[in-house]
Design a protein around this ligand. Structure first.
Ligand SMILES: C[S@@+](CC[C@H](N)C(=O)[O-])C[C@H]1O[C@@H](n2cnc3c(N)ncnc32)[C@H](O)[C@@H]1O
Length: 247
C-alpha cells in the first residue's frame, strides 16, 4: 500500500490553509452520514477531524461527537463551530476508559499508521460498534485530469495521482479485512459543476498542492486557470463510506 502516512510534510500541510480548507472542501452527502447514525446520541469519535466538517454533520444527524485532530489551527476552526476536540495524532491520543459506538475517519485514514490504528479502533469500539472511512472522491470530467496532466507534471511529478483511487481502495479493504473487520461499501454519486475559481479553490486545499513552494503554487494556479478557461469544471463525486464491523 502506498504509505502516505509516512509523508508527514503532506500530512501536516492542512493547518496553514485551515480557513480555506473549511470553506472550500465539500461536505459529505447527507445520506452517507445518516446511514451511520443508528441511534440518537450515538457515541462517535471523529479521527483526524480537521476543521470539523464531518463532526458537525454527524452532530446534526444526532451523534454525540468527540474529535481528535493533531493540528491546532484545524482544531481551532472545529472548536469554533462547537465541536469538542482533543489535540493529538491518533497514534498519541489516549482514550483512557472511553469507548465508542462509531469511529469515523473522514479522508484521514491514509494519514495514520493503518495497522496500529485498526488495533486501537478495535480496542475502543463498544459491542456492535463500527468503523467508517468516509471520502468524497471528486473526479473532473470536463476537463479531465488527463487534460491537465502536462501542466501538473511540471509541478507535482508522481504526487499528482489521486489519493483515493480504485487500487488504493482494494488495498485498504484488504488491510482492514486483515485487521479482523468485515467491510461493506456504500456510495452516493453527485454530479457537480464548479466555476473555474471554485475548482481552483478546492484543489489548492489538497496536500500535494499545499506543499508546493508559494511561487510554484501561484504559477500552477495561473496555468490551470488559463487551461480550464471560463466554462469551469464538470465533475462527479463518487462519495464513499467504507463501513467496517469487527469480526
Ligand atoms: C484531509 S484532512 C480531513 C479532515 C476532516 N476529517 C474532513 O473530512 O474534512 C486530514 C486530517 O488528518 C489530520 N491528520 C494527519 N495526521 C494525523 C494522525 N496521525 N492522526 C490523526 N489525524 C491526522 C490532518 O491534520 C488533517 O486535519
Amino acid at each position: 500500500m502506498e504509505e502516505l502516512h509516512a509523508d508527514r510534510r503532506r500530512a501536516e500541510s492542512f493547518g496553514a490553509a485551515s480557513d480555506d480548507y473549511d470553506r472550500y472542501r465539500p461536505r459529505y452527502p447527507r445520506a452517507l452520514i445518516a446511514d451511520l447514525i443508528t441511534a440518537a446520541g450515538l457515541a462517535t469519535l471523529d479521527v483526524g477531524a480537521g476543521t470539523g466538517i464531518a463532526s458537525v454533520q454527524l452532530i446534526r444527524a444526532g451523534a454525540t461527537v468527540l474529535a481528535v485532530e493533531p493540528d491546532s489551527r484545524m482544531a481551532g476552526v472545529a472548536a469554533g463551530k462547537g465541536v469538542t476536540v482533543e489535540i493529538a495524532t491518533f497514534e498519541d491520543w489516549q482514550p483512557g476508559s472511553r469507548t465508542f459506538d462509531l469511529v469515523v475517519f473522514a479522508q484521514s485514514f491514509h494519514w495514520v499508521q493503518p495497522r496500529p490504528a485498526l488495533a486501537k479502533v478495535r480496542g475502543i469500539l463498544n459491542p456492535g460498534g463500527r468503523l467508517a472511512l468516509l471520502s468524497n472522491r471528486i473526479v473532473p470530467k470536463a476537463p479531465t485530469w488527463a487534460d491537465l496532466d502536462d501542466i501538473y507534471s511540471d509541478y507535482l511529478g508522481d504526487e499528482r495521482s489521486s489519493i483515493v483511487d480504485a487500487t488504493r481502495l482494494a488495498e485498504v479493504t484488504a488491510l482492514i479485512e486483515d485487521g479482523g473487520f468485515t467491510v461493506d461499501n456504500r456510495n452516493v454519486v453527485e454530479q457537480l459543476h464548479y466555476t473555474t475559481e471554485d475548482w481552483l479553490n478546492l484543489v489548492f486545499t489538497y496536500s500535494n498542492h499545499l506543499t508546493l513552494p508559494a511561487a510554484a503554487r501561484d504559477e500552477l494556479r495561473g496555468r490551470l486557470a488559463e487551461r480550464i478557461g471560463p466554462h469551469g469544471v464538470d465533475a462527479v463525486n463518487d462519495a464513499l463510506a467504507v463501513i467496517c464491523t469487527p469480526g
